[in-house]
Design a protein around this ligand. Sequence first.
Ligand code: SF4
Ligand code: SF4
Length: 385
Amino acid sequence: MQYRKFGKIEFHTSVLGFGTMRLPCLSGTNTGDDVDVDESVRMIRYAIDNGVNYIDTAYPYHKGQSEITVGKALKDGYRQKVKLADKSPVFLIKKESDFDKMLETQLRRLEDAYIDLYLLHSLGDDTYENVVKKFDLIDKAERAKKAGKIGHIGFSFHDTFDVFEKILNGYNGWDFCQIQLNYLDIRKQAGLKGLKAAASKGLGVVIMEPLMGGKLAAPPDKVTDIFRQSEHERTPVQWALDFLWDMPEVSVVLSGMSTMEQTVQNIRYASQAQTGKFNDADKKIMAEVKKQFDAMISVPCTGCGYCMPCPQGVSIPNNLEAYNELSLYDDPAVAQNSYKQMLIWEGKESGAGSCIGCKICEDLCPQQIKISTIMPSVDKAFGSM
Ligand code: SF4
Ligand code: SF4
């Protein structure tokens, strides 16, 4: 296993972190609340035995069963070998007392008295302004830290770079953050700019969605053909992970592992992770891959989010991303799944069907995308879901 210093914090974390949001389930899926506890414990312990020391969970994952399963996996001496990351479900907090109540629930589920790394989960402009600030959650987190219940305070993030900068600079006590980044999403959300901004302030940076929810593990054939032109033999997963590990600002790359096979494979890749590993030829391959993806999409949306917020609550970049996936992947289930996930996370109104064609967003789009004329097609493609 390879390790990196975790920002300004005095410990080194494994470059691979075990994300527990897609654990194997008895029903054969990896999203239910019927987690296959025995297999999950076996996978998590295998990862720890092979050097992984960053375990990530959250209040809503597997409807609470992820935290319970992690708690079981970390018994028998495993807890002392890892840094445990968990997240306050900011989006579920409706009143001040909820923060402490939910933290107590988490400690109970984990059968633990202490969480090393505690994140405010999935911050965006709305949750930052209307929950974090309104209910003084940073102060509450600091009190929990003083009480010895949590170690370090961080946040995970899903919004535009401008919002990321505001949150990053809004509190001097952030020790780390978790952002979405992969070779296709370098300009989306916090993006590469956010990675560098956070690292320059001494934050440990944890990367989520390195494979875009697994989509980059099985890219379209035309992309795989480009990877094959390289002199280095790498699987698509390895290309995606090496792209991130190449950057010194990246502390940990989280992978939501669902099978023992993935766990074994990821650990093998992580054992070879290095900064500066990508040579010029590799970079050229990645540029070609990006070009190929761009050529295959129907709408040139960069995910910058300048069009947001939509007064009707439509999640414009996510709708366009799901729509683009229809032309990228042979299996329509990939795009349908992205759309469904968006509705679950952001509510029913985030779907394209809520668009009333006001065009407010179009004046703000640097790509001059005719959003109001595309949304009916998006709704037609996914609206019945
Ligand atoms: S055109 Fe549709 S998506 Fe754009 S701001 Fe108006 S309602 Fe929202
Ligand atoms: S529609 Fe335009 S403004 Fe909105 S995220 Fe896409 S590129 Fe950015």
